[in-house]
Structures are given as C-alpha cells and as structure tokens.
Write a protein that binds this ligand. Structure first.
Ligand code: FDA
Length: 308
C-alpha cells in the first residue's frame, strides 16, 4: 500500500513543488543524494573509492519535455565525464533515457546518448542506461541495441519484476551486452509485472543465474541479502570468479552490507546521484522502504522541537 502511495506522490507535481522548496526535505534527501554539484559528487566518489568501492554517477533528472533541457542534460554528462577524468576518480556514469529526450523524439535521445558514449570512450569510461517505466522500455532497448552495435562501452539496466525481462535478457546477452539486473522501481500494472514480491524475487534469482553464467562481465544490483547470497553461492558452485561480475547498490542504502561485501573481496559499485532534481528519485527510495519515512519524520521533529 505504502509503495503505491509514494510512487504516486513521486509523479505529483504539486507535492514536488512544495517538497523541492523545503530546506528540510532537501536536507533529508541528502542521505541518498551526494549534493547539488559535480564537485560534491566527485568528492563523495573519492571517499567511496578510498573505501574500496567504485561508482556510477547520475545527474538527476527525468521526464524531460523540452529539447533544450535534454541537450543541457547531455552537456552536463559530457562535463561529468571530463570532471571524473580530471579528478582521477573511479566512476562510470548512469543516465535516464527520458532525461535525454526520449519522450520528445527517439532520435534526439539516441543522439544525446551517443555523444555521451563517445566521450566516455575517449576517456576509457563506460555508460549505463537506466531503465524506466514499462511504456518506455521498447524504445530504450532499441536505442541501446543501436548504440551497442557501435560501442562496447555501454550497458543497460533490466528489471526482474517485468514478465518480458527474460526474453530481453537473452536477446541482449546474445549481442554480447552488459546488463545491470534490478528488481524495478516503478508502479506497474499486473498485465506487465509480477504483482507479488515472491515472484519478483524468484525472477531475480533466475535472471542473476543467466547473467552469471553468460561468460561476460555483468552487474547484480540489489540490497537484498538473500539475492546477494544466492548470487554468491551460484558463482561459487559454478566456478565463476569474483572478478567476472560486480554487485551494485545505491548511495546511502545498506552501508553495512556494502562494507561487508568489500571486506569479502567482492566488486561493489555505488550509484551516486547528484543535482537539484532529487524529488522523484527520493520518493522511489521511500517507496522501497517506507521505514525511511520514520527517519525523515525524526529529522522533522528534531528541526521543529527547540533544543532544550
Ligand atoms: P528490496 O526492495 O526487496 O529490498 C531488500 C532490502 O534492501 C530491504 O529489506 C532493505 O533492507 C533494503 N533496502 C532496499 N531499498 C532501500 C531503501 N530505499 N532504503 C533503505 N533500505 C533499502 N530501478 C529501476 O527501475 N531502473 C533502474 O535503472 C534502476 N537502477 C538501479 C541501480 C542500482 C545500482 C540499484 C541498487 C538499484 C536500481 N534500481 C533501478 C532500483 C531497484 O529497481 C529497486 O527498486 C531497489 O534496488 C530496491 O530493491 P532491492 O533489490 O534492494 O530489494
């Protein structure tokens, strides 16, 4: 129930308007967002690198309806790739197709991402294409396939909650593609997605086995200890070396588990978002774990109650 409430709020422009003007809400979102600027994201990255983790940086923004805004977002990514290289930080980048103009024009979106993938190639870097809600997926996968046919340094996220994902996974693996497997963060109807968590988890386990046995480098992105343990045991049982895959997690989520995986010698990449468009991203994090609301309310109470 809470998941639906937060996911509905994530696309509500009235609530977004109020929340993004609240210093308090912004302060609370900083648990999941590295800051407003590239410099802040780079310093968070350096700190994570020091702790043995790599990063994929994300400039927050999505559902762009204006061509110039999409081009500005693409330019921000070019600056991000240059900034990462100049700082010597160990970070890839991750972007959303609807931030690059998917809703305006598929070719605009393709051209924006292509520029970013080319700049990344110049720096020996890699670009992840995030996956969004189901109506965008066919076009996202087409753009990904077009890019992947020309550039090896691009990967795509796929969601275990969708019925279609097994087919998409097999197709992308057959093209030699790199996949980040996630459970899925959007509100989807039962016509396209498993309504029960148990089925989403079962699908995640089966898909992670497919990725691990692909013989290509792949990413398992989850904070779910059971999914992680399953991947570890499957890899061990099939002689798949730790270096041939990585776990990925979100900045600010399950830091204990992050530290543990690094201590145990697994590769771990953190998704580090920055920028002012934090509202929908933050609401999806609340939807994943409504207990985060308690943390939020605790901060509100501390701010409202005078210290005595
Ligand atoms: P699940 O939701 O079952 O949570 C398992 C446990 O993890 C929880 O019990 C809790 O302990 C902890 N946890 C999970 N989320 C938390 C949170 N927000 N705060 C605190 N604790 C939390 N989705 C998508 O649709 N498209 C995409 O491109 C991406 N990209 C992406 C990149 C990376 C690196 C990650 C880790 C995730 C994504 N996601 C995503 C989000 C993903 O689909 C999913 O919503 C979240 O990862 C939460 O699902 P879990 O797999 O963690 O499991």
């Amino acid at each position: 129930m809470w998941r639906s409430v937060f996911l509905s709020l994530s696309t509500n422009s009235g609530v977004k308007h109020v929340a993004t003007r609240s210093r308090l809400a912004k302060g609370v979102s900083s648990r999941f967002v590295a800051g407003d600027t590239l410099d802040e994201a780079v310093s968070a990255t350096r700190e994570l690198n020091r702790r043995g983790m790599t990063v994929e940086m994300d400039y927050l923004g999505e559902s762009v309806t204006d061509r110039r805004q999409a081009e500005a977002a693409a330019s921000a990514y070019l600056g991000m790739l240059d900034g990462i290289a100049a700082a010597g930080a160990d970070s890839q980048v991750s972007l959303k197709p609807t931030q690059m103009g998917l809703a305006i024009d598929g070719d605009l979106c393709y051209q924006n991402i292509r520029k970013i993938v080319e700049r990344a190639a110049l720096h020996g870097n890699f670009v992840w294409v995030d996956i969004e809600d189901s109506p965008t997926i066919d076009r996202t996968i087409q753009i990904f396939k077009r890019l992947r046919a020309q550039y090896p340094n691009v990967g795509i996220a796929l969601q275990s909650y969708l019925y279609r994902t097994r087919r998409d996974t097999e197709e992308i693996l057959s093209l030699g593609g790199t996949i980040r497997l996630v459970k899925g963060a959007y509100q989807e109807p039962p016509e396209v997605a498993f309504p029960n968590k148990r089925d989403v988890d079962l699908s995640f386990r089966l898909l992670s086995e497919l990725l691990l046995s692909s013989g290509q480098f792949q990413a398992i992105a989850t904070h779910d200890e059971k999914m992680i343990q399953h991947a570890i045991e499957y890899a061990r049982a099939h002689g798949i070396p730790k270096e041939s895959f990585e776990f990925q997690m979100l900045y600010g989520v399950r830091r204990d588990l992050q530290e543990r995986l690094v201590r145990e010698g697994y590769r771990l990449r953190l998704y580090v978002p920055y920028g002012e468009q934090w509202y929908p991203y933050f609401m999806r994090r609340l939807a994943e774990r409504p207990a985060n609301l308690v943390f939020l309310l605790g901060n509100v109470a501390r701010e409202l109650l005078p210290a005595c």
